[in-house]
Design a protein. Structure first.
Length: 81
């Protein structure tokens, strides 16, 4: 199974939640105009456990801007984008 298929469900879940409840996510430390959404962990084919991180900005009550999407090892601290 490829990484795509393992990551697609967490990605769908995060984007769905961002589209409905963007205000529930924490702001990015040091850059308060952006917010950070993190998925639950999933296993990569290499066996490394990863999680998705999406950085986004709320533009207005109807729109958000997806600024960055990354898959990182679960315990890596977020270092910005």
């Amino acid at each position: 199974m490829s990484t795509y298929y393992r990551a697609v469900e967490p990605l769908r879940g995060l984007t769905n939640t961002i589209s409905r409840y963007p205000e529930v996510f924490d702001v990015v430390p040091g850059n308060e105009q952006y917010q950070l959404a993190k998925s639950d962990s999933f296993a990569r084919p290499s066996g490394i456990v990863a999680r998705l991180r999406i950085v986004f900005q709320i533009l207005d009550e109807d729109r958000v801007l997806l600024a960055a999407i990354s898959a990182e090892e679960e315990d890596e601290p977020y270092e910005g984008f």
